[in-house]
Design a protein around this ligand. Structure first.
Ligand code: PHE
Length: 414
């Protein structure tokens, strides 16, 4: 049942064939975990901000943006998969929830900002497990320089300062060329200036990572912090880079970055500047720094979560005992000609079960040779972070999932 309008953050919007935002998502758009005092995401935000003391710090910008702003202004092609209704949350064809903080680059530059950080909640439709949640948080950082001798001197001086900071640090960096045939300088950019800017980006982020990971358990005084730079591709930067950090035996993806595409600055009406931008996800870093085992915990309203933390302090989370989990399977026939996307299934489950769902896995799929219908079987793993669930409660939730599956997607339960 759909109504002709929906309300989000105190504003009413007409719905249309793109509308796919669920009540479960809408109910969280105002929460601002990244500015909630004592919240781990807030502490991580301020730690990152402290590495950029002379930058503008923004953290209260609404997640509602036009698809134009989220994609077109950043040179995303018209057929980019991120635009699909299966991947992003749309209020309607003209309004969506931002999928990344880069959506605000043009507006920040247009406002005349030259060095800034912006922290915000971002939204992506995705699978369900302990490290994926449809809402997460990013910090976008950017800095632009004048494309003249004074600007070049500014970069060179900052590069010298950052290089000397790193010289005495216990860090091992696997670097790649600032510019290469597969990660090219932009046409119209002075390659010398572009290299200096890419170098400034890398030096600045190496110092940031040292600050964030430098003195945390697992990376001891004896063991160096290991950082590696990887060639990447983004429509709105070139050259582009990703960064990974070696932590507790694994390489962790930390961020995407690069030299800002000139088209972005042109759109913002900024002339004769060149600069860099990065976008960093907070949850994955906070999960390792605070030993938080499940991404849903960030959203917990149980006082046993938030009371363990103090603003500005990194400490290890002590899980209140892990409550038992309970899985339920559902098998069904998907109508012919109907393409049920896994993200549609996951959103239905999330919207029905809320944060009681820990994990959703497809355990079987086949096409009936005669009828050509597809049979799917999903296993839904239920577990509360805060309490034991009764079998009755889970059965009730599961029966609602089944009822909505039939109603919304017209499937036939097997
Ligand atoms: N917005 C990109 C993402 O979410 C990250 C990024 C930011 C890349 C800025 C380059 C420059 O994946």
């Amino acid at each position: 049942a759909s109504s002709a309008t929906i309300e989000i953050l105190g504003q009413r919007f007409p719905t249309d064939d793109y509308t796919n935002i669920t009540p479960a998502i809408i109910s969280r758009t105002h929460l601002q975990l990244h500015t909630t005092p004592a919240h781990p995401l807030s502490t991580l935000r301020t730690l990152i901000e402290s590495a950029y003391p002379d930058f503008t710090h923004a953290s209260t910008i609404s997640p509602l943006v036009s698809p134009f702003k989220n994609f077109d202004e950043l040179s995303f092609p018209a057929d980019h998969p991120g635009r699909a209704v299966t991947d992003s949350y749309y209020v309607n064809r003209d309004m969506m929830l931002r999928t990344h903080t880069s959506a605000h680059e043009v507006e920040m530059f247009r406002a005349g900002e030259t060095k800034w950080l912006l922290t915000a909640d971002v939204y992506r439709r995705d699978e369900i497990d302990a490290s994926h949640y449809p809402i997460f948080h990013q910090v976008e950082g950017a800095r632009i320089f004048d494309t003249n001798a004074a600007g070049m001197k500014e970069v060179e001086e900052d590069n010298a300062r950052l290089t000397s900071l790193l010289a005495t640090a216990n860090i091992v960096i696997e670097d790649i060329p600032h510019i290469s045939p597969t990660n090219p300088v932009q046409p119209g950019h002075d390659p010398v200036f572009s290299e200096l800017v890419a170098k400034n980006l890398k030096l600045s982020l190496n110092n940031l990572l040292l600050k964030v990971f430098g003195d945390v358990a697992g990376i001891s005084a004896q063991e160096p912090l290991r950082v590696r730079w990887i060639e990447a591709y983004f429509p709105f930067t070139s050259p582009s880079f990703e960064v990974e950090v070696f932590f507790q035996g694994k390489w962790l993806e930390i961020l995407g970055s690069g030299v800002i595409r000139q088209a972005t600055l042109d759109t913002a009406g900024v002339q004769n500047k060149i600069g860099w931008a990065f976008g960093l996800g907070l949850e994955r870093i906070a999960m390792v720094l605070f030993s938080i085992p499940d991404i849903r915990l960030f959203w917990s309203t149980d006082p046993r979560f938030l009371s363990q933390f103090k603003q500005g302090q990194i400490n290890v989370f002590q899980p209140y005992s892990k409550y038992p989990s309970c899985f339920k399977d559902v098998s069904f026939w998907v109508p012919r000609e109907f393409n049920l996307h896994e993200n549609d299934f996951c959103d239905l489950v999330r919207d029905t079960a809320g944060d009681l769902v820990e994990d959703v896995k497809r355990i079987d799929q086949f096409v009936h040779p005669k009828t050509n219908r597809t049979s799917l079987c999903y296993r839904i793993n239920y577990r509360s972070m805060d309490r034991s669930l009764s079998n009755e409660e889970i059965n009730h939730v599961q029966s609602q999932v089944v009822a909505r599956l039939k109603e919304q997607f017209g499937v036939e339960i097997r």
